[in-house]
Write a protein that binds this ligand. Sequence first.
Ligand SMILES: [Zn+2]
Length: 194
Amino acid sequence: MRRGRLEMIIGPMYSGKTEEMIRRITRRNIAKQNGLILKPSMETRDGKFLKSRSGMILEAIPVKDSSEVLDLVKKGRYDYVALDEIQFFDDGIVDVIEEIVNMGVSVIGSGLNLDFKGEPFNNVSRLAMKADELTLLKAVCVICGRDATRTQRLVMVNGEWRPASKKDSTILVEGSMENVRYEPRCRDCWVIEE
Ligand SMILES: [Zn+2]
């Protein structure tokens, strides 16, 4: 039996990761492949859908952790599994994806390349290095217009948006906190407070 392949799509926020994911899923669906599309239930903004910022939309099943991913994959017969926003999963997702690929099922994964502190996520970075195909997407820096590879977190302090601090916690879902927002920036325009 042939093993599956692992494709990873990484990049900062607003780089079009979900759009690229939807494009690859659509191609496979045209080729009559049977897929399972999953997303972390922690990401509540788009509910049971993958939504690109350009308006593309696909149904997805929210899952709470990596063991639920494995259970769902084992229940069906799939050609591929798509997993969005991998940084929201536990680190067990790395071994789970390896197991899925060894079962002959291909995996398309997407996730943030770096957190707002400029550090890689353990699970996403390990999967990126294990991938058969790795795509780094870039956004447009909101400050200077060059390619953006980083995600800037801003926090509202006394009515003013300020760069977040290194001491702040890494995972917060956009929209879940009204005083936090994110934007893509290049390396030069990206700022982190000590
Ligand atoms: Zn810039």
